[in-house]
Write a protein that binds this ligand. Structure first.
Ligand code: SF4
Ligand code: SF4
Length: 255
């Protein structure tokens, strides 16, 4: 897929209009209904193993399939990435969390997973004074914890509140595939980059599939044949605060 095509894809649904307030003061902006002739495309490909190479990773979350009480994705993320829940909001980190969506025009509340959107234009990266935040060749926004000085500028810059500061060191180190958390730095979702590099999909997506919800699709936005591209082309999607022009790579339906 050409750069132009990719950007067009990422901007699908960009005719933002209806604002919807979700938890923590974040507003969701409606994307245009680009639903084409493939409206019935299925999200039944959540376990697609993305190919290595010149990928641009992205995610779709179908909130029609995401039930309020399910926490499979958040639990799996904690286990996979050594992100503990101390039971104290002062210390708990959240790489992915369920937030409540309250439609401005009424209607039932919805609960959707919110994580780092791995923005194509990431303000968190631009404000970092020591270049600790960087974007990988495949579009994943990462933090070099050895460079991070804990100034937290990036936390202020992120409109998705996707970053958390490690106020309390973790004693457990359940998954040795990822670094142990360390006190005094900022952390966030990595799209499970360590798993992607092994040809696996993110832990949250795998857990969602195993739970039976099958609400998440992960794949290569540069591959026109990938399930995620076919899905986005076929089904109307929305991004959180698309109006900011950050080009998030997490897309939602059913919200
Ligand atoms: S969602 Fe926030 S932390 Fe993630 S890339 Fe965008 S601005 Fe940075
Ligand atoms: S907290 Fe760390 S990653 Fe964030 S802006 Fe400061 S040095 Fe960069």
């Amino acid at each position: 897929m050409s750069e132009l095509d990719r950007r067009s894809l990422l901007k699908m649904g960009a005719a933002a209009i209806a604002g919807t307030v979700i938890g923590n003061g974040i507003t969701l902006y409606s994307a245009s209904a680009h639903a084409g002739e493939e409206q019935n495309a299925s999200a039944d490909t959540a376990l697609e193993i993305p190919p290595k190479g010149k990928a641009r990773w992205g995610m779709v979350i179908d909130n029609n399939k995401c039930t309020a009480q399910c926490t499979a994705c958040t639990a799996a993320c904690r286990t996979e990435n050594n992100v503990p829940a101390f039971g104290d909001e002062r210390y708990d980190g959240h790489w992915i969390r369920k937030v409540t969506l309250t439609p401005e025009r009424g209607g039932p509340e919805k609960h959707l997973p919110l994580l780092c959107n791995h923005c194509e234009q990431p303000p968190c990266q631009h404000v970092c004074p020591v270049a600790a935040t960087f974007t990988r060749h495949d579009g994943i926004v990462m933090i070099d914890k050895h460079r991070c000085i804990g100034c937290r500028y990036c936390m202020i810059a992120c409109p998705y509140k996707a970053r958390t500061f490690v106020f309390k060191e973790t004693t457990e180190w359940t998954n040795r595939d990822v670094p142990k958390r360390s006190h005094g730095v900022v952390e966030k979702c990595t799209f499970c980059a360590h798993r992607i590099d092994q040809g696996k999909i993110p832990a949250c997506v795998e857990a969602c599939d195993k739970s039976g919800e099958r609400a998440m699709i992960f794949g290569d936005l540069n591959n026109p044949e990938s399930a995620i591209v076919k899905y986005i082309r076929a089904v109307a999607t929305k991004g959180v605060r698309e109006d900011l022009g950050l080009e998030p790579k997490v897309f939602y339906t059913g919200i």
